[in-house]
Design a binder for this molecule. Structure first.
Ligand SMILES: [Fe+2]
Ligand SMILES: [Fe+2]
Length: 263
């Protein structure tokens, strides 16, 4: 069995400081094989915020995969935004913006969906879909991780990332089983599967792990326990008025029939 922990939207600089230690404690308790952090590590891509996020990550003794979100690109420095948008991210979080991870028979492939030329909306760059398809393991479980969702429910008022629909169709056809994303600060999983549009991809849109925005209502992260064609999703939540994570809500899925179903 492989245990993948998904963290997203830490927003260091506008985060709940009181939840930092409880989050680190829960991560240590869960002892995952790999942690995937899908962007918005900082709130405004400032040096001090990157240093704070790095300090948090350095306290985790598990292999990490980190990719940028739209908040990790400098907002107030147009020159940096235009000419070296990911320099700060690379300096603090590692040279690759699209790391690849493997644990057991699970492969995690990441996409950098942050677009320095627009503020919110993401994009899937030309060639990225082919690169991911080339990395799919035909025998294992394949996870794609990125900041921006590839499908959004009608309730979402943000623009879908460019090429997201094409990407999801092609990744599903190529054997990608799970897509992890953030950005919306709002949970979605079953409702996406129920749309019936991509029954072979379990999309998990996780809310923010640490952002202090009260309207987000709670902070959360997920742990996936993957065992062949079966996956158990543990959603760990901390309400905004609580300084600890509650016992997880657990959902089990299987793709043994070829499409994902709750078990
Ligand atoms: Fe965010
Ligand atoms: Fe975002």
């Amino acid at each position: 069995m492989t245990r993948i922990l998904h963290l997203t939207d830490l927003h260091f600089g506008f985060h709940r400081q009181a939840l930092v230690q409880p989050l680190l404690d829960r991560i240590a308790e869960l002892c995952p094989d790999l942690i995937v952090v899908t962007g918005d590590l900082t709130h405004r891509a400032l040096e001090v915020q990157m240093a704070e996020a790095r300090d948090f990550l350095d306290r985790i003794e598990v292999p990490l995969m980190l990719m940028p979100g739209n908040h990790d690109v400098p907002l107030w420095n147009p020159l940096a935004r235009m000419f070296w948008p990911f320099a700060g991210f690379r300096r603090y979080f590692g040279p690759s913006l699209t790391p690849i991870g493997r644990s057991g028979d699970v492969r995690v492939l990441s996409i950098n969906s942050a677009d320095p030329y627009v503020w919110q909306r993401g994009k899937i760059r030309k060639g990225e879909i082919g690169r991911i398809i080339g990395g799919v393991d035909p025998l294992g479980t394949n996870i794609v991780a990125l900041h921006h969702p590839l499908q959004q429910l009608p309730r979402v008022d943000k623009a879908l990332a460019r090429r997201a629909t094409e990407a999801l169709h092609r990744l599903e056809a190529a054997g990608v089983h799970v897509v992890l994303s953030g950005h919306l600060h709002r949970w979605a999983m079953d409702d996406l599967l129920k749309t019936g549009r991509h029954p072979r991809v379990l999309q998990i849109q996780t809310g923010t792990a640490l952002c202090a925005r009260i309207s987000d209502r709670w902070n959360e992260f997920v742990l996936l326990e993957i065992d062949g064609a079966d996956v158990e999703v543990q959603r760990h939540r901390a309400p905004m008025d609580a300084e600890c994570f509650q016992a997880p809500e657990i959902a089990a899925f299987s793709r043994a029939s070829g499409i994902w179903a709750r078990v």
